[in-house]
Design a protein. Sequence first.
Length: 309
Amino acid sequence: MADLRKLPNLSALRAFEAAARNDSFSRAAEEIYVTPGAISHQIRALEQELGIMLFSRHGKRITITEQGQRFAAVIRKSLNEIAFAAEALKMDAKQKRLTISALPSFAARWLAPRLWKFIDLHPDTEVVLQSSSHLNDLEREPIDVGLRYGLGHYPGLVVEKLMDDYYYPVASPNYRGGNLPKTPQELEQCSLLRMDTESSWMPWFEAAGIDLVEPTGGLLIEDASMLLRSASDGLGIALTRHAIALQEIASGELVRLFDVVALCPLSYYFACTKEALSKPQVQAFHRWLLDEIETFKAQSEWPGRSEPS
């Protein structure tokens, strides 16, 4: 084995190979972003180190020597092998990246607090969690998995229903000085917070068996996290999804009102392309996610745990 400590300067070797391939110091300089003078200097230093002429010089013209051609072919082969090896490493690193897109409320309040468990199990996988309110195009965007909240109609994708969710009212324990409504009918005297995308209280009113009209006026909130924050601040009573309200309920910032729940019209879905599903990290995340959802249902007094999902 050759003594690698005696290798010629690698920058000089790269400059020589570029000059040999382009038959020009100027074009070699443009390729590797140095000046022609730097190329000429590096090649002269290489010639002095090797004790041979690599180029014949004729004024501004150069001609590679026969020895130079043989040496350039060896260097080119070696540099190509290095380039291929580096590209393979990059591809391997890219293949171990897992990019997940989810609705902001679900990403922040359900997935992110649990994702460390998956990372601990798969420390060689880089996980990228993106939150987006719009529907990402998984066939065009560099996203492996979409965790979607909808009806499950996502043509062209592999889709699996993960779980339903349930609505119920929550309020700050200090709302109205702690004088919280004791029956659903008493909500008539309360400020009911609304979301523009999921604003209807009517399904829950019907489940509770009360004759109230849809609230109008007042505060209209666009984000589920802001809705819960407003309820925590005592601005009113929020109709929230079970899966995203547990942090505040567990901490005591919010309390659940009544035992009545209404099934959400939308559900959570796992979606990805067929190509993405073939990736080991996507398969591992899919298995982990299903297990985590079952654990969540078992530990969180899941309203529909006795129903098939």
